[in-house]
Every structure is written in C-alpha cells, then in structure tokens.
Write a protein that binds this ligand. Structure first.
Ligand code: HDE
Length: 714
C-alpha cells in the first residue's frame, strides 16, 4: 500500500522488502555462493589440520564472533510488538501534528517494553520501572514517545543520570546484584537525594512488579509542548491506560516467577498476540494552556511531579493496539532505536532539564550500540517517508543516492533537496522568549520533594500500603550499612511517620529527624508535625494513583490452571472450560505428569504442565477439577505435597480458587480449610451459580482485602 502523501510504502510492506523466508531455499554464503558441505571444515586430509584457505568456515565463524552488539546501557531487557495507533478525537485545537488531527487516521507503531536495571538475559519480574517506548511511523516522519510505566522520575536534571544508573547497577567491585535495587549503593544514593522520594514510593509499590506488560499504564513523564496551526502553545502530558486494567503480582510471587519462568512478561506478550488477544490502551492527554503554567503548587517542568487528574483530567483521544509479533527479535526489537528528540511538527520540548539531558543522550547511545550514524536505515528504524538530504557515506550505508550533489545550496542538482516551507510541513522550533543569566543552578520551584510522595502514599488502599512497607523492608534489609538504612527511614518520616516507624522496626534502626541540605523542610522540623500539617485546597487523595480503582470487569487472556488426574469428570470440566474460553480466558491443564489424562467418560486431556514443572505463580486462578478418582490421584503420596503447595500458594497470593465437586478433601487439608467466612476468592461447587462466581472473582484479579486474614497478619 502506498502512502499517498509521500509516495512511500506502508511499514509492513517496507519491512517485508527486507524479510527473507528460508523455506525451500538452498544454503549460500553471504556472497550468494551455494554451499555443498556445511558439516566439515576444509582439511589437510580427513584427519589433518583445518586449512586457512577455508573461506566458508572463516566467513561463518567471523560472522558468529561478531553476533553480539553492546546491550542498551539501561533498558537492556525488553520485548516488543507491532501495532496501530488510531485517533478517535481530533487534537487539532492544540496541535498541528497530522497523526493527531485527522480522526480515524491509523498510524503504524512499534512498542518496546523493558526493565531498566538488568542485563539482556535478566528476569522480567525484577522490582523495577518498566519502559514503554512507542515509535509512531507517522506521515510526517518518526515520532518517538519514549515513556515509562511510572509517571515521575528519580532525578530532576539529566546531569545526575549517570550517577543514578551507576548506583542502581551491580556494584563495580563484584558485579552484584543483577537486576535489583536492593543493595548498598542504590540506597546510599537515594537516601542522599530527597528529590527521588516520590519516585521511590512508586518503585516500592506493586507498580514495579506488573502482572503483564499488557496491564501497565504508560506515561510520557515530562511536560511536552503542543503547538497548533496558529502557533498557540499548550503544555501536554501523555498517558496510555490499558483496557485490561492495571494489575500486578505479589512480591513473593515475582521472586518465584523469576525462577520458574524468567521470560514471563515476554512470553505473555508474545502468546497474547499469537492468540489474537491484542493488547489495547486508551491514549490520553492532559493539556494545560501556556498561560496557566504557573497556576500549580509545583513546577510543570519538574519531572518528579505529576499533574493530579483531579486538577487536569486525562482526555482520551485514541487507541493503541498491538497486533503483530516481530519476525526476528534482533532485527526488530533489539535494533529499534528510540529518541525523545524524534518529533514531528506540532510537538515540541519543554525546558524540563531532565528532558533536555535526554535529547543529547539517545543519539549518542545509538552510535555506540548500533555502531553507525546510519542507524536510521535499519528497516525497523526507517521513516515511512523517503529520506532526502545531503548526508552521505558512513559505516554500512544502505541508501544509494544518485547524482553529484551532496551539498546545499547547489545549482547542479537544481537546488534539490530544498527546504520545506512551514505550510508544507517543514519543522520549525517553537519560538520562545528566553532571557536570563547563564547559570548552573536549579529553580526554587523544584525544591519541594515530599507532598506528592505523600499524595501517592495516602491514595493507596490498605493492602497497597502494606506492600509498600514490605518492599522497603525487603530492600533496606539488604543494605548492610546502618547509616544508610537510618538516613532512608529519615526520608520516609517526611512522607508518613507510621510507615517510617514500621520499616525502622524491622530493619533495626530508629527514626531520627533528618537534616538535609537544599530542601524546603527545616532541618529541625518534627516529621510527625509535618504529617498532620493542614494542606488547604490541595489534593490529598487521587483515585487514579491506586490500582485498587482500576478496571476489574474482564477475564480476557487470564490464564486459569485446571488441576486434574485420571477419572476427571469431563462434562463439568468442559462446561466451565468453555465458559472461561468464551470470556477470552486461557485454560491450561496441570496433571501429575504430561502424559494424557483419561477422563471418566473415556475422553482424554493433554496436560500443558505437570505439577513438578510449573507453579501456581504462573496462573491467575485455579480450578480443582471434579471427580472423586481425579481428586484421589492428586492426593496420592507422590503428588500430595505438590498439590497442597499449589493450592496454599495460590491462596496466599490472594488468587481465586474453585473447588469442583468432590474436591473437599483437598480443600480441607490445604490452608483454605473449610470456607468459614464469606471469601469472594474461594468458590465451592455447591455455591449458587458457582461458575459465574468464579468468572467474577477472576475479573477482580485478586482478593487483596483478605490478605491479612489469610496470611495471619495482624
Ligand atoms: Fe532513558 N535512556 N534516559 N528515560 N529510556 C535510554 O537509550 C536517558 C529517562 C527510557 O526500548 C537509553 O537507546 C537519560 C526517562 C526508555 O529502546 C539512553 C535520561 C524516561 C528507554 C537513555 C533518561 C526514560 C530508555 C539506553 C535522563 C521515561 C528504552 C538505550 C536525562 C520518560 C527504549 C537507549 C527502548 C533508554 C538515557 C531518563 C525512558 C542511554 C540520559 C525520564 C523507555 O540513551
């Protein structure tokens, strides 16, 4: 399909031009020579030494030796997919960006999700921020929205980024720990950087251990600028809201998934797309007129602050859908090169000093990683529009530009390629009045670091607060230097005294008033007094910040484990299976082995897993299938412990468990015991409309409300 405006092909066609299918083809060298023997090197006799002359061996081995390229210095571990962005509501009054103007415009995208700290081979389930980088192949060129799943950042100025990342990465002397912030250097840095407090609250929350990439929000973090046709400016923050809701796993679960299936998120995204359960997000904007820039009690340019949705609602204007897996991980997901500086007319940068720092870093990083200034020519990075300019040569140049001219102005080439006028779509930076001293300094308006950290914490449901507390205890328990632990609880005291005390108790330090240079709270301030401070007219709670208020009405693509052995009652099992599948869920069978299971009516089920090859943490909910013989099979001495562990663990992680007809013996020896109280997560076959109850319980994701009770926490 031709792009009418540019005459270029669509992204799919463009990629296909570079795709090779090896089916029915003979083996060749890179020079196209047909290979006759790919088993033996060329030798001086059958038992002789390999000859230097063997160009086929040398070509193959040299290419292999050079297979690895440097991994991303941050966000090395990731996974991505192709998709479509569809605009549902025109943003013409705010921006002239064409892909945000014409309703029903469909823009091809590639999205890469990632963790930040770990290496390429690290676990998906690390406690970490997730990258959410979107490349829009628009009709006006590439637009990259290089976002995260947390709306704020650790630092306010790009110059601190290398320090932050060095503190977070494995320690330089012994390269420990991998993909984890739970160590001395990270908390040393954080405890000395009050500006990171807000971000740290998010990082210690369950947002940092998502259930799926498909169940995460995405945030552009910085304020950007929208410029409309008349040149009017609005500040804008970008949001992606998942249609499946925002959901997480429990921390003990995350740790176990890391062992059981370190590719959990990558697999989940890949399989969902293969199963045509295409992940979708609403795309929204928070727009602030330029003249309102100073109306807030925080600075719009400060990336450690959100704009609470109560102050500026998120206007939903489009839908992002991921609908195609890459054909080749390296060529697409690994070689994709994002850059916040890839923008289109109608979008511009704000002076956020973190964003300004990023504008330098991303091109620089591609040069070292992809090795050439021609990285834009790699198929996944190519603009839909053909590129015309006077740049030439360089490592691995692909484009073959005709003619003698590679300069401008020229007459030999008829002046081409020539500058585009603004009305033709030529980019022109927004003209902003600037005046002032050249200074190395930070604005006074960036100095307050605690009120939004408090806002976030106060907006959490009780179980979310408990998870944050436990995360701090886990992380700080790994810190071996008491002074760092003490400094950290000192910081927490400015957020919430009860939280600080609960953490301090468990890590063996006391909460002492903290003296910090360069922040707004006096050194001798009493943290408890600050806690109760009257904050008239300010937002004290923001609903959007708690995952407890997320979408909970769908079981689409949830994975339900059916536990069974021989003799299972097929009729009742199939009835529920069909119901779950018709609601979009995925059913996987777990048995004592992966050998076929013979049901009571003679039909067979092929298990997806055996009890010993998987774990409850890989499922969203469990069904103990009906049938006395099947239940007895699960209770055989060699299966008993695994069966009970399965149930107990799912129960501890607040998942829904449905005990089918005849499975009371399993329930009664597990921690579930007899269902004494109403517990919306536990369903038994004689509950009224049990199947329906189960579907509703799965849609709630977890019954966190019962966590304390179930785990005996007082
Ligand atoms: Fe990045 N960041 N970053 N970052 N970032 C990179 O670029 C950097 C920041 C984000 O899937 C690198 O190609 C600096 C904020 C994502 O390929 C590097 C600063 C946000 C990804 C880099 C920041 C992000 C990156 C490493 C502070 C959220 C992965 C490899 C001034 C809004 C993109 C690469 C992908 C990757 C630098 C801060 C998001 C080194 C200097 C804030 C999602 O250029």
């Amino acid at each position: 399909m031709k792009n009418e405006k540019s005459g270029s092909t669509s992204k799919n066609d463009q990629l296909q031009e570079h795709t090779t299918d090896n089916r029915n083809e003979k083996l060749t060298t890179n020079q196209g020579l047909l290979i006759n023997n790919n088993q033996d090197s060329l030798k001086d006799g059958e038992r002789g030494a390999t000859l230097l002359e063997d160009f086929i061996f040398r070509e193959k081995m040299t290419h292999f030796d050079h297979e690895r390229i440097p991994e991303r210095v941050v966000h090395a571990r990731g996974s991505g997919a192709h998709g479509i962005f569809k605009l549902n509501k025109s943003l013409e009054k705010y921006t002239k960006a064409k892909f945000l103007n014409d309703v029903d415009t469909e823009t091809p995208v590639f999205v890469r999700f990632s963790t930040v700290a770990g290496s390429r081979g690290s676990t998906d389930l690390a406690r970490d921020v997730r990258g959410f980088a979107v490349k829009f192949y628009t009709q006006e060129g590439i637009y990259d929205l290089v976002a995260n799943n947390i709306p704020v950042f650790f630092i306010q100025d790009g110059i601190k980024f290398p320090d932050l990342v060095h503190a977070l990465k494995p320690e330089p002397d012994h390269e420990i720990p991998q993909a984890s912030s739970a160590h001395n250097t990270f908390w040393d840095f954080i405890s000395l950087m009050p500006e990171s407090t807000h971000m740290i609250m998010w990082l210690m929350s369950d947002r940092a251990i998502p259930r799926s990439y498909r169940m995460m929000e995405g945030f552009g973090v910085h304020s950007f600028k929208f410029i409309n046709e008349e040149g009017k400016v609005h500040f804008v923050k970008f949001h992606f809201k998942p249609k499946l809701g925002v959901h997480s796993v429990a921390w003990p679960e995350a740790q176990k998934i890391s062992g059981n299936d370190p590719d959990f998120h990558r697999r989940d995204l890949y399989e969902a797309i293969e199963n045509m359960a295409f992940p979708e997000w609403d795309f929204g904007v928070q727009v602030v007129p330029e003249e309102d820039e100073h109306k807030f009690d925080f600075d719009l340019l400060d990336p450690t602050k959100i704009i609470p949705e109560e102050l500026v609602p998120v206007e939903i204007v489009g839908t992002l859908t991921l609908n195609r897996n890459p054909d080749n991980f390296f060529a697409e997901t690994e070689q994709i090169a994002f850059h916040p500086g890839h923008i289109v007319p109608g979008i511009d940068f704000s002076n956020d000093p973190l964003l300004q720092g990023r504008l330098f870093s991303y091109t620089d990083t591609q040069l070292i990683r992809l090795g050439s200034p021609n990285f834009h020519e790699i198929p996944i990075n190519r603009s839909l529009n053909t590129v015309h300019n006077n740049q030439r040569d360089g490592h691995m140049r692909q484009q073959i530009v005709k003619g003698k001219v590679s300069y401008e102005p020229n007459s030999i080439g008829g002046g081409c390629p020539y500058q585009a006028m603004i009305k033709e779509g030529g980019f022109s930076s927004h003209q902003e009045r600037v005046s002032g001293q050249k200074v190395r300094a930070r604005s006074e308006s960036f100095v307050e670091h605690y009120s939004q950290a408090k806002l976030f914490y106060n907006s959490q449901a009780p179980h979310e607060k408990l998870h944050i507390q436990n995360a701090f205890i886990f992380e700080l328990s790994k810190v071996t230097i008491p002074a760092i632990r003490e400094r950290m609880v000192g910081q927490l005291a400015f957020v919430d005294m009860l939280l600080a005390k609960a953490v301090a108790d468990k890590i063996g330090v006391e909460v002492k008033p903290l003296s910090q240079p360069n922040h707004s709270i006096p050194a001798d301030a009493d943290p408890a007094a600050l806690q109760s401070e009257e904050r008239e007219g300010k937002i004290l709670i923001s609903e959007a910040l708690s995952m407890a208020n997320t979408i909970k009405n769908t079981i689409d693509s949830r994975v339900i484990g059916f536990m069974m052995t021989h003799g299972v009652n097929a009729a009742a099992t199939d009835l529920l299976k069909e119901r779950l599948i018709s609601n979009g869920a995925v059913v996987q069978i777990i048995s004592e082995s992966t050998a076929p299971v013979l049901a009571s009516d003679g039909q067979t089920y092929i298990p997806d897993h055996s009890l010993s090859s998987t774990s409850s943490v890989c499922f969203d909910a469990l069904f103990v299938c009906p049938g006395d013989e099947s239940v007895l099979g699960l209770l055989k001495p060699e299966n008993l412990n695994m069966t009970v562990d399965f149930i107990n663990e799912a129960y501890r992680h607040c998942k829904s468990i449905y005990f089918g007809q005849g499975s009371e013996p399993i329930m009664s020896i597990s921690d579930v015991g007899r269902k004494k109280h109403p517990d919306p997560g536990i369903i038994v076959s004689d509950d009224l409309d049990a199947d329906e109850l189960f579907v509703n319980a799965i849609a709630k994701h977890r019954v966190w409300e019962f966590e304390k009770e179930r785990n005996g926490i007082r």
